[in-house]
Write a protein that binds this ligand. Structure first.
Ligand code: NAD
Ligand code: ZN
Length: 378
């Protein structure tokens, strides 16, 4: 435990329930929860052996606290460490993890602990969903993005040469435990990238939460207790959407707000650290607001308010801010068409009628998007 965090009073964790019938689970959020994870596991998943999957960076910073907590609860475990970064969402890394699980003679009652960011969560969740035709797993997310987004909802998978997240399974975790203090070691740029997904929750359906963020974002970055409050609000928003539409046949698509533009920018930038996912989402959300205004769905003042907040936080809001440049309208249009499937010259987009009022628009003309992007890149 760090000296700073041990000085803070312990509070009971905030619990958010994800209602999915027999696949329902809880998300526990609180400072220093990692020190009690052994106790939670012993209570909730008795007699199971654990396989910790993590990456080198997370292992270096925090693995000893996790293993100390498992040792204290007399839980047996093995540890599987993969290199950090998007490159680990690959067939090769999946094979490494699955071989290691089998080598450890993992059994049906055993549990995979995904201890890391979205990369580890997606990879370990996929391995857990397929090894022995599916064993249980627990998400212990260590990035802000993973705590508010990727650890919830059961989407798991890896990337292929044809694109991101094209192979995977829906596999819901048994529970999620988010230690908000563990984010203290996260680089500021990674924290901000995750913050884009927090702001997204306000922008798609919770206008009061967005207003709260406008006044409290500094405290969220600083830590306890606003950070927990923001994580819990974002988790509640995502949990409600996932409960309503687990397999994304409708409303879950709203979570892709800012992502059609964002994914195209990320793919164009080349997944080499030049543009983090959340940074692409930040610019993508501004573009989605701008396009909504151009189409007469929302007011220009709404766009200004969103830009002002994301800028305050330190997130990029324009394509021209991406280091290295080189973005091209036709290339971006091609990537968006691939992502979204154009049907008769129309694209499906998540647009907004104002802050907190997102909707699915299935009939956005390709030409309008192209014209809009050309204006943005001038
Ligand atoms: N499954 C879903 O629903 C879903 C949703 C959104 C995003 N994703 C996926 O999530 C991935 C991105 O996740 P991410 O942003 O967490 O990236 P990440 O897992 O690569 O983590 C970012 C970096 O931070 C490091 N790190 C993690 N925790 C740390 C800590 N506490 N202290 C210091 N360093 C730490 C990692 O080692 C890594 O280098 C993408 O692959 C994306 O596709 C999945
Ligand atoms: Zn995202």
């Amino acid at each position: 435990m760090s000296a700073a965090s041990s000085d803070l009073p312990r509070r009971p964790p905030t619990s958010v329930h994800v209602e999915l019938g027999s696949r329902s689970y809880d998300i526990l959020i609180g400072r220093d929860l990692i020190d009690t994870v052994g106790h939670e596991l012993a209570q909730r998943l008795p007699k199971a052996r654990m396989a910790i999957v993590t990456d080198e960076t997370v292992a270096e910073h925090h693995l000893n606290r996790l293993t100390a907590s498992l040792d204290f609860a007399d839980i047996e475990y093995v540890t599987i460490v993969v290199p950090p970064g998007e490159g680990s969402k690959s067939f090769a890394a999946l094979e490494t993890v699955i071989e290691a699980l089998l080598e450890a003679r993992i059994e049906r009652n055993d549990v995979v602990l995904a201890f890391g960011g979205g990369v580890v969560g997606d990879l370990a969740g996929f391995a857990a969903g397929t090894v022995l035709r599916g064993i249980r797993f627990v998400q212990l997310p260590t990035t802000l993005l993973a705590q508010v987004d990727s650890s919830i909802g059961g989407k798991t998978g890896i990337n292929t040469t044809h694109g991101k997240n094209l192979v995977g399974v829906f596999h819901q975790p048994s529970f999620v435990l988010s230690d908000s203090g563990i984010l203290d070691s996260l680089p500021e740029r990674e924290f901000n990238a995750g913050y884009a997904e927090v702001a997204k929750c306000g922008l798609i359906g919770a206008p009061d939460f967005f207003t709260w963020l406008e006044s409290n974002w500094r405290a969220v970055a600083a830590g306890w207790p606003e950070r927990e409050q923001a994580i819990a609000s974002a988790c509640r928003a995502k949990a409600a959407i996932v409960a309503a539409d687990e397999r994304e046949s409708g409303v879950r698509a709203l979570l892709n707000f800012g992502h059609t533009f964002g994914h195209a920018l990320e793919a164009s930038a080349g997944y080499n650290g030049r543009l983090l996912h959340g940074e692409g989402v930040s610019i993508g959300m501004v573009l989605a607001f701008g396009l909504s205004a151009k189409l007469g769905h929302c007011k220009p003042e709404d766009v200004k308010r969103v830009v002002a907040h994301l800028k305050d936080v330190g997130l990029p809001t324009r394509i021209s801010e991406i280091p290295g440049g080189g973005f091209d309208v036709d290339a971006l249009m091609g990537l968006m068409a691939q992502d979204k499937k154009v049907s008769r010259g129309k694209l499906t987009f998540i647009l907004v009628k104002g802050i907190g009022r997102a909707f699915i628009a299935k009939d956005v003309p390709v030409e309008t998007v192209k014209e809009f992007l050309s204006e943005q890149m001038r």
